[in-house]
Write a protein that binds this ligand. Structure first.
Ligand code: AMP
Length: 146
Protein backbone atom coordinates (compact mmCIF):
# COMPACT_ATOMS: atom_id res chain seq x y z
CA UNK A 1 0.00 0.00 0.00
CA UNK A 2 1.29 3.45 -0.92
CA UNK A 3 1.81 6.08 1.78
CA UNK A 4 -0.08 9.36 1.71
CA UNK A 5 1.45 11.67 -0.88
CA UNK A 6 -0.70 14.80 -0.70
CA UNK A 7 -1.92 15.95 2.68
CA UNK A 8 -4.33 18.85 3.06
CA UNK A 9 -4.33 20.86 6.28
CA UNK A 10 -7.61 22.74 6.83
CA UNK A 11 -6.89 25.73 9.02
CA UNK A 12 -9.35 28.09 10.69
CA UNK A 13 -6.88 30.36 12.57
CA UNK A 14 -8.47 29.50 15.92
CA UNK A 15 -6.35 29.10 19.06
CA UNK A 16 -6.13 25.37 18.33
CA UNK A 17 -4.94 25.83 14.76
CA UNK A 18 -1.25 25.53 15.62
CA UNK A 19 -1.78 22.16 17.24
CA UNK A 20 -3.65 20.77 14.24
CA UNK A 21 -1.03 22.30 11.94
CA UNK A 22 1.83 20.66 13.82
CA UNK A 23 0.19 17.25 13.57
CA UNK A 24 -0.18 17.68 9.79
CA UNK A 25 3.40 18.91 9.47
CA UNK A 26 4.87 16.02 11.50
CA UNK A 27 2.94 13.48 9.50
CA UNK A 28 3.89 14.93 6.13
CA UNK A 29 7.57 15.09 7.14
CA UNK A 30 7.46 11.51 8.35
CA UNK A 31 5.88 10.27 5.13
CA UNK A 32 7.75 12.67 2.82
CA UNK A 33 4.37 13.81 1.56
CA UNK A 34 3.47 17.19 0.05
CA UNK A 35 1.68 19.38 2.56
CA UNK A 36 -1.06 21.71 1.26
CA UNK A 37 -2.93 24.27 3.35
CA UNK A 38 -6.42 25.67 2.87
CA UNK A 39 -8.38 28.39 4.63
CA UNK A 40 -12.01 28.96 3.68
CA UNK A 41 -13.44 32.44 4.02
CA UNK A 42 -16.96 31.73 5.19
CA UNK A 43 -17.80 35.25 6.28
CA UNK A 44 -16.25 38.67 6.02
CA UNK A 45 -13.36 38.62 8.47
CA UNK A 46 -13.91 41.08 11.29
CA UNK A 47 -11.18 42.23 13.63
CA UNK A 48 -11.48 42.07 17.40
CA UNK A 49 -10.58 45.28 19.14
CA UNK A 50 -10.55 46.20 22.85
CA UNK A 51 -14.04 47.63 22.36
CA UNK A 52 -15.53 44.67 20.48
CA UNK A 53 -15.77 43.22 16.99
CA UNK A 54 -15.69 45.88 14.30
CA UNK A 55 -17.82 45.56 11.18
CA UNK A 56 -16.35 47.34 8.20
CA UNK A 57 -18.63 49.55 6.15
CA UNK A 58 -16.38 50.51 3.29
CA UNK A 59 -14.46 48.63 0.62
CA UNK A 60 -11.05 49.77 1.76
CA UNK A 61 -11.41 48.23 5.16
CA UNK A 62 -12.80 44.99 3.67
CA UNK A 63 -9.67 44.80 1.53
CA UNK A 64 -7.57 45.33 4.62
CA UNK A 65 -9.42 42.59 6.44
CA UNK A 66 -8.91 40.21 3.56
CA UNK A 67 -5.25 41.10 3.50
CA UNK A 68 -5.09 40.36 7.22
CA UNK A 69 -6.50 36.86 6.62
CA UNK A 70 -4.05 36.38 3.80
CA UNK A 71 -1.20 37.43 6.07
CA UNK A 72 -2.25 34.86 8.65
CA UNK A 73 -2.15 32.17 5.98
CA UNK A 74 1.25 33.33 4.77
CA UNK A 75 2.60 33.40 8.32
CA UNK A 76 1.53 29.89 9.23
CA UNK A 77 2.53 28.53 5.80
CA UNK A 78 6.01 29.99 6.25
CA UNK A 79 6.27 28.42 9.69
CA UNK A 80 5.31 25.05 8.22
CA UNK A 81 7.54 25.55 5.16
CA UNK A 82 4.64 25.09 2.76
CA UNK A 83 5.50 26.30 -0.73
CA UNK A 84 3.41 29.25 -2.07
CA UNK A 85 2.00 27.00 -4.80
CA UNK A 86 0.40 24.80 -2.15
CA UNK A 87 -1.33 27.59 -0.18
CA UNK A 88 -5.02 28.17 -0.82
CA UNK A 89 -7.65 30.62 0.32
CA UNK A 90 -11.15 30.19 -1.06
CA UNK A 91 -14.65 31.55 -0.44
CA UNK A 92 -17.52 29.36 0.58
CA UNK A 93 -18.75 26.87 3.11
CA UNK A 94 -15.75 25.20 4.81
CA UNK A 95 -16.86 21.56 4.64
CA UNK A 96 -17.94 21.88 1.02
CA UNK A 97 -14.85 23.75 -0.17
CA UNK A 98 -12.43 21.50 1.71
CA UNK A 99 -13.85 18.26 0.32
CA UNK A 100 -14.24 19.66 -3.23
CA UNK A 101 -10.73 21.01 -3.21
CA UNK A 102 -9.38 17.66 -2.01
CA UNK A 103 -10.90 15.93 -5.03
CA UNK A 104 -9.61 18.56 -7.48
CA UNK A 105 -6.06 18.44 -6.12
CA UNK A 106 -5.92 14.65 -5.68
CA UNK A 107 -5.43 14.92 -1.95
CA UNK A 108 -5.25 11.57 -0.17
CA UNK A 109 -5.49 12.76 3.44
CA UNK A 110 -7.33 15.74 4.94
CA UNK A 111 -6.32 16.92 8.43
CA UNK A 112 -8.92 18.80 10.50
CA UNK A 113 -9.35 19.64 14.17
CA UNK A 114 -12.23 18.19 16.12
CA UNK A 115 -13.48 19.74 19.36
CA UNK A 116 -15.12 17.86 22.19
CA UNK A 117 -18.78 18.86 22.11
CA UNK A 118 -21.20 18.71 24.97
CA UNK A 119 -24.84 19.59 25.57
CA UNK A 120 -26.49 21.75 22.92
CA UNK A 121 -23.31 21.96 20.87
CA UNK A 122 -23.77 18.25 20.11
CA UNK A 123 -26.82 19.17 18.06
CA UNK A 124 -24.86 21.52 15.86
CA UNK A 125 -22.81 20.12 13.00
CA UNK A 126 -19.05 20.27 13.25
CA UNK A 127 -16.78 20.91 10.29
CA UNK A 128 -14.76 17.77 11.10
CA UNK A 129 -17.88 15.61 11.09
CA UNK A 130 -19.09 17.02 7.79
CA UNK A 131 -15.67 16.65 6.17
CA UNK A 132 -15.45 13.06 7.41
CA UNK A 133 -18.89 12.33 5.99
CA UNK A 134 -18.39 13.95 2.57
CA UNK A 135 -14.69 13.40 1.83
CA UNK A 136 -13.70 11.05 -0.94
CA UNK A 137 -10.34 10.39 0.77
CA UNK A 138 -9.12 9.58 4.29
CA UNK A 139 -9.55 12.17 7.03
CA UNK A 140 -7.44 12.63 10.15
CA UNK A 141 -9.50 14.32 12.83
CA UNK A 142 -7.16 15.77 15.46
CA UNK A 143 -8.82 15.60 18.86
CA UNK A 144 -8.91 19.02 20.53
CA UNK A 145 -9.67 19.43 24.22
CA UNK A 146 -11.76 22.54 24.99
P1 AMP B 1 -15.22 23.59 13.82
O1 AMP B 1 -16.08 22.39 13.64
O2 AMP B 1 -15.74 24.81 13.15
O3 AMP B 1 -14.86 23.81 15.26
O4 AMP B 1 -13.82 23.34 13.05
C1 AMP B 1 -13.09 22.17 13.24
C2 AMP B 1 -11.93 22.12 12.24
O5 AMP B 1 -12.42 22.31 10.90
C3 AMP B 1 -10.85 23.19 12.42
O6 AMP B 1 -9.89 22.80 13.39
C4 AMP B 1 -10.25 23.24 11.02
O7 AMP B 1 -9.37 22.13 10.82
C5 AMP B 1 -11.48 23.04 10.13
N1 AMP B 1 -12.10 24.33 9.74
C6 AMP B 1 -13.13 24.97 10.33
N2 AMP B 1 -13.40 26.13 9.71
C7 AMP B 1 -12.52 26.24 8.69
C8 AMP B 1 -12.27 27.22 7.68
N3 AMP B 1 -13.00 28.33 7.59
N4 AMP B 1 -11.28 26.98 6.79
C9 AMP B 1 -10.54 25.85 6.86
N5 AMP B 1 -10.72 24.90 7.80
C10 AMP B 1 -11.69 25.08 8.70
Amino acid sequence: MQNYQNILLAIDFSDYGQYVAQRAKNLSDLLHAQLHIIHVLDNIPMPDTPYGTVISLNEDSTDQLLQAEKNKLIHISNQLEIAPSRRWMVWGEPQHEITQFAVQQQIDLIVVGSHERHGLALLMGSTAKEVLYHAACDVLSVHLKN
